[in-house]
Design a binder for this molecule. Structure first.
Ligand code: NCD
Ligand code: ZN
Length: 346
């Protein structure tokens, strides 16, 4: 069947980096244009670790949303070795924290204050499980002896599988899933374990980073892996399973910070996120599962209503620019210079 347009309830982005200050002001409109809500990552410097910081950050985000756009940031608490269980309880009860984020220390951008040993947040996790507060997880180990392409699979064996066994009630979102082992783990875990999948991990494998030269704009963490993993992710995302849903992990870094001898990890995909995702569903002949992935599975997992407003994508070409000037920086968007087959019409 050929389809010329698709209308779905307005999607949400269940994993997003908005940054702060001028960068925040420059990028938030791209997300607000396509999405109603977003789970906002707390990896600022300093990180958002307590209720007061989250309230203040939420207000800065709302102040930066362009006039006439409606957007709800859902805040997360950055867990550290010293996180206070009562602060989590209070933030969740007051509706400030939607979830808490586990960054293994040193795993990615601004994760230095992250958790050095999962045992250190045992008390926090017990309270979170008790009150039903979801845990967003960056699922990579950081030990120097583990190859970067294996870090997700090893994290499952060493950290996540035991955690899910010990706290079977805890709601866990395995963020930006990148491996076959991750798909397998989430798929066979209980209903309280789900995962987000980014556009880039559905479109590219590690060749995109390394063939014909080093391509820093294809570098993000967790790093894109072999083709076999990308195919497993595409099957999961388009399967119709409610365990998998949209989370862009859009992570803006100035062009020069990426095109550097030690380039930053992160792909800015917010401007054409829905066009990017829907191309995958079309190619997999699964357009009928796009709505679940983009608009329904995330709210269902988080216990939030599906958005009432709708958005439409039309099947016509959309040319992605080589660069986007957001004022604070020049950013190279995901799919720079490519033509996508769908256009977001609002
Ligand atoms: C993110 C960032 O830049 O904040 N980078 C990335 O490559 N995804 C951090 C993260 O989510 O790992
Ligand atoms: Zn992220």
């Amino acid at each position: 069947m050929t389809v010329s347009s698709i209308t779905v309830p307005r999607p949400d982005d269940w994993h997003l980096h908005l940054r702060d200050g001028a960068m925040l002001e420059g990028v938030v409109g791209y997300t607000a244009r396509q999405f109603a809500r977003a789970i906002v990552m707390p990896n600022l410097t300093p990180p958002v670790t307590d209720v007061a910081a989250a309230v203040a950050y939420r207000q800065r985000i709302l102040d930066a949303v362009p006039e006439g756009m409606d957007f709800t940031p859902l805040m997360t608490a950055y867990l550290t070795d010293n996180s206070d269980p009562e602060e989590m309880r209070r933030g969740f009860a007051e509706g400030v924290f939607t979830a808490a984020k586990l960054y293994p220390a040193g795993a990615t951008t601004n994760s230095d204050s992250g958790v050095t040993d999962i045992a250190n947040i045992r008390g926090v996790l017990e309270v979170m499980a008790e009150i039903g507060m979801p845990l967003c997880v960056h699922g990579e180990v950081t030990s120097a002896d583990v190859d970067i392409f294996d870090r997700e699979a090893v994290f499952i064996d060493r950290i996540l599988a035991p955690l899910v066994k010990e706290l079977p009630e805890q709601k866990v979102i395995f963020e930006h899933l990148t491996s076959e082992q991750g798909v397998q783990f989430v798929g066979s875990a209980g209903e309280n374990v789900a995962a987000t999948i980014t556009p880039q991990h559905l479109h590219i494998n590690r060749n995109a980073m390394l063939v014909g030269g080093m391509r820093p704009h294809a570098y993000c963490l967790p790093v894109a892996k072999r083709e076999r993993h990308r195919l497993a992710l595409r099957r999961a995302a388009t399967s119709g399973s409610s365990k998998f849903f949209l989370g862009t992990d859009s992570a803006p870094h100035a062009r020069e910070a990426k095109e550097s001898a030690c380039g930053c990890a992160g792909i800015f995909n917010a401007p054409y996120a829905l066009e990017s995702y829907i191309a995958v569903f079309e190619a997999e002949d699964a357009l009928d599962h796009f709505e679940g992935f983009a608009s329904r599975h995330g709210p269902a997992f988080y216990g939030l209503p599906v958005n009432e407003e709708t958005v439409t994508l039309e099947k016509r070409d959309c040319v992605v620019p080589d660069e986007i000037d957001v004022g604070a920086a020049k950013l190279v968007p995901f799919h720079a210079g490519e033509t996508l087959g769908w256009t977001f019409v609002g």
